[in-house]
Each structure stands twice: as C-alpha cells, then as structure tokens.
Ligand binder design. Structure first.
Ligand code: CTP
Length: 426
C-alpha cells in the first residue's frame, strides 16, 4: 500500500460560458477539468444556453445549472459559489461580457459571480477580428488585465463565414493547461505523469457490490434502505477507466444509472444472503473486492409465504435475525493472497463518537485493508449529493480524504486501489 498520499478537497472551478459560436468547445474544457479531479460548476449566460443546453453541462459536471438572477435562492447559491471558487474561467468570453465585466455590470449570474470572486479569473476571448481589434475591446482587456484578470489571447485562423484573423477560441487543451497552472502552479503534463490513470489496473479482476439489499417480509413487502447504488457504480466506472475487469453485484440499483458502469458485468442480487452467496462464488478469482453495498444488518426471521393481512390487533411484531457480515467474512477468511478488500462505513457520528472514531473502530473490527468512511446526513450521503470521504487502514491511519461529487470521490478510491497494485508489482 502506498503510504501517506493525502488528497485535499477537489479544487472548485467555475466555468463561465458566454454566447459565442465556440460555446460548444467549453464542453471539452469542462471535461478536462473534471478529469483532472476538479469540482466544476458551469454558469452559462442566457445566450450561451441557446447554443449548448443545461443538460450537457449537468451531465458533465453532475451539478445543476442555474442561469437566472430572478431565481432568488439560487442567486444566493451562486454568490456563494463565486466566493468559494478556487478559479473562474470564462471561455469563450464575448466582447459583450468583457465590456460588462470591465464596467461591473451584473445583469446575469456569471457577471454576478465575477463581481464576488476572490480567486484568480481567466478569460479566453473569442469574437470577430474587427471586434477584437476595436479600441473599445482592447481598452476593456487592458483594464481587466490591470485588475489581475488573466487573458488568454485568441488564436488566429478561420472564423465564422469567410473571415480570418485573430479571434478564434484557443484549443480547450491550451486553455486548460494555462488555467491549471494558474490554479495549482503545476503544469498538467507533470501531474499526469505523477498520477497517471492510464490502465494501471489492466488485467485485474475487481468485484464491486453496489446498491441496497431488500429483506423480504412477505412476497410483496420488504425491509430496505435508501441506497441508490450510484457510488458503487461510479467506483466501477473509475476502475473500468483504469483498465480493470469489473463485476458489479447490484442490489436494487436505480435503473437509470446502471449505464454508468457500462463495460462491467452486472449481476442483479436482492437480499443480503443472495449477495453473500454471489460474493463467495466470485471472491477466489477477484484481485480486489469493493464492498460499497448497503447491506441490511437484519432480516425478518420468518418471511411469510403469502401476503400478510391485518389481524385487527393494531400492531405487528416482526422478529429480525442478524445477517451474515459479508465484509468481515471475506476479510477474516482470505481466499487469495495479495487480494485488496475495501469496506465502507456510512456514519453520522453521535454524542459518543465522531464519524472518524466510529470509522476507525469499524476498520479494526471488520479487518478490511481500506475502509472508506462516508459521512451521511441530510444533505450528504445518498443519491447524487456531495460526498465527504476519509479512507483509513485497520490501524486507524488516514491515508486519503476528500469532498466533492461521487464521481470525484470514486476517482480517489480507484486511484488508491491502483496504487496498491502498482506498489505490489514493484
Ligand atoms: N456489510 C457487510 N455485511 C453486512 C453489513 C455490512 O458486508 N451484513 C459491509 C458493507 O458493505 C460496508 C461495511 O460492511 O462495506 C460497513 O457497513 P455498515 O452498515 O456501515 O456497518 P455495520 O456492520 O452495519 O456496523 P454498525 O451497524 O455497527 O454501524
């Protein structure tokens, strides 16, 4: 296991998209930031939204896209977003937005954000050559630069129609590289070499359990939980991206998200005992097991064979018996040497202990090689909501932590799994 790798919170990057013809290129830029591990929020201007719709930005960033200043609560959220951002990039930046930013006009959310942002701001102008060369634009650019805004000058080349000359939006890779350097002080190529995600898990078989088990009370009723399975599927996807062969044992995973793990073998299971059998059948061939499923601790002792009727007593007592602890079972009875077993702990913390206290205790008790402690609460935990993780060893050492979308946290976990096998090979 690679020791001491710490992951700080994912950098928050706001990408402002204005209504230039090159707005579509911003989608590539967003992808580059997301791939690099940033928590990206897109704020399009109303005109930009006519060119690239909100669904594209939401699918790429996993965050809702808000545009109107009249959406009062959202305006507050965006003021906060602007204040909390580590970097704001406006690409493409039209002559109109540049002029308004210079004047301090705030008639859309992007301009509001620019007024509150305390972080570095990068603008990549794109427009017709005449507009770019016009003294008004050049003066606006000079004023913004004097205020500390980083301007990535437009590239020369064919513009819309027959025109050519300076005005084209530079390639997304160039905007990303320059912006990333401003954000981190590090050239992205150097970083890519350090933390390459390219097929570091090629040839590894990884078993991922996802979703929440259902424990039957009778043929139509069950005891279940609120897990959607999204985190498990995001982890499966991050492992697939690194070249692993992935099998997902899916306990009632929401149907609309199974495509997240396309490329994995998906095996549906229902109860904790079904899942246990499915894990035992495959664990011998697995290099790694990721136990992200929310497994019910108890099941009805005697599920009824037919649908239960009310009996008039005004109450029903159901006897529950404990389910096998799958994670503890596979951790304590290793089926394969060198195997990496990753467990999860969904914790809220209480008066007797913090989230970390309970997580450390669980890591020791269950014997997993890594335990991902996931803080759950009203606004974090289940579904597509921000997630906070801390990864500990059975000895209680914290080896990574992070906060952000489930996709980003899945990337951290897959990175740690890849580190384990890379270190093992050396
Ligand atoms: N788990 C399991 N089998 C069970 C219960 C849980 O394999 N019967 C696994 C989960 O997949 C997860 C880890 O154990 O990886 C922790 O689950 P959690 O529900 O947080 O732990 P519990 O054992 O239920 O502990 P407690 O109720 O004391 O918090």
């Amino acid at each position: 296991m690679a020791a001491g790798r710490k992951v700080e919170h994912a950098p928050r990057v706001v990408i402002g998209v204005t209504g230039g013809i090159a707005a579509y290129k911003a989608a590539y830029l967003v992808r580059l930031f997301v791939k690099a591990g940033a928590d990206v929020h897109v704020i399009p201007t109303p005109t930009a939204l006519e060119m690239v719709g909100a669904t594209t930005w939401e699918a790429l960033t996993h965050h809702p896209v808000l545009v109107r200043t009249s959406e009062h609560a959202d305006e507050v959220a965006h003021v906060r977003l602007g204040k909390e951002a580590d970097l704001v990039v406006v690409a493409p930046a039209t002559a109109n937005t540049i002029a308004k930013a210079r004047a301090g006009i705030a008639d859309n959310l992007l301009l509001n954000t620019l007024l509150v942002a305390q972080c570095p701001v990068v603008m990549a102008p794109a427009m017709h050559t005449q507009m770019w060369e016009h003294p008004a634009t050049q003066e606006n650019i000079a004023v913004l630069q004097a205020r500390g805004v980083h301007i990535i000058p437009p590239a020369s080349g064919q513009l819309t129609g027959a025109d050519s000359g300076p005005g084209r939006l530079p390639e997304p890779e160039d905007i990303f590289a320059q912006s990333w350097e401003i954000l981190t002080g590090e050239h992205p190529d150097a970083r890519a070499e350090q933390h390459s995600t390219e097929h570091t898990l090629r040839g590894r078989n990884i078993l991922v359990t996802a979703g929440g088990t259902h424990e039957a009370l009778d043929p139509v009723r069950f005891i279940g939980n609120r897990s959607s399975g999204r985190f498990g599927l995001e982890i499966a996807r991050a492992l697939l991206e690194r070249g692993a062969r992935v099998t997902v044992l899916a306990a009632h995973v929401a149907r609309d998200i199974t495509a997240l793990a396309s490329g994995a073998e998906i095996v549906p299971v229902s109860s904790a005992r079904d899942l246990h059998q499915a894990v035992l059948a495959r664990v011998k061939n697995a290099d790694g097991v990721v136990m992200s499923a929310a497994v019910a601790d108890f099941r009805p002792a005697e599920p009824a064979a037919s649908k239960q009727k009310k009996d008039g007593s005004g109450k029903r007592v159901v006897e529950l018996v404990e389910n096998p602890d799958i994670l503890a079972d596979i951790s304590h009875r290793r089926r394969r040497s060198g195997q990496l077993i990753v467990g999860f702990a969904a914790e809220t913390g209480d008066a007797n202990g913090s989230v970390l206290d309970y997580g450390r205790e669980k890591a020791r008790r269950k014997g997993a090689d890594l335990l991902v402690i996931n803080r759950v609460g009203e606004k974090t935990g289940f579904g597509e909501v921000p997630t906070e993780i801390t990864v500990v060893t059975p000895a209680g050492e914290v080896i990574a932590s992070g906060a952000g979308s489930k996709a980003q946290m899945a990337g951290i976990i897959a990175g740690l799994i890849a580190d384990h096998f890379t270190t093992e090979r050396v």
